[in-house]
Design a protein around this ligand. Structure first.
Ligand code: 4NP
Length: 147
């Protein structure tokens, strides 16, 4: 199964989500290919935000080799499931999707909460985003392991 995690800049939330989901998928023995992208073009080619990298590394996710990219129409053919970090990202994906048999689009958090954007916040906002990402990833992987 191919899963794409999407936020706005692809430098804060979706790189964390990619790392958390990929590790849990591997631990659960699932064959997942996980990637991430942004709806915006602001940070194309850049590594994750250093504040997010630091917070993620402290929890064992080494996201340092990731580089930001913007979602493309091809992604809607390559991925089975596209997960948005918040409602604005989900609305963007829904506008991009073509009618028919595209991938399932939904929020990353199965509880339906937005993962708040930590970009304009402080270190505690990155920790909070990571807490939410990890909890959501746990639930998602448990769901995928059952199906
Ligand atoms: P992300 O955070 O969507 O979690 O990667 C952001 C990063 C950059 C910007 C906004 C959100 N920005 O406006 O540049």
């Amino acid at each position: 199964m191919r899963i794409l995690c999407v936020c706005l800049g692809n430098i804060c939330r979706s790189p964390m989500a990619e790392g958390a989901l990929a590790r849990r998928g591997a631990e659960a023995g699932l064959e997942l290919a996980v990637d991430s992208a942004g709806t915006g073009a602001y940070h194309i080619g850049q590594p994750p935000d250093p504040r997010g990298l630091k917070a993620a590394l402290a929890r064992g996710y080494d996201n340092g080799r990731q580089r930001a990219r913007q979602i493309t129409p091809e992604d809607f053919k390559r991925f089975d499931l596209i997960l948005a970090m918040d409602r604005a990202n989900l609305a963007h994906l829904e506008r991009m999707a073509t009618a028919g048999n595209g991938p399932e689009l939904r929020l990353f958090d199965p509880e339906g909460r937005d993962i708040p954007d930590p970009y304009y916040g402080g270190p505690e906002d990155y920790e909070h985003a990571l807490d939410m990402v990890e909890a959501a990833a746990d639930t998602l992987i448990a769901e995928l392991a059952q199906s």
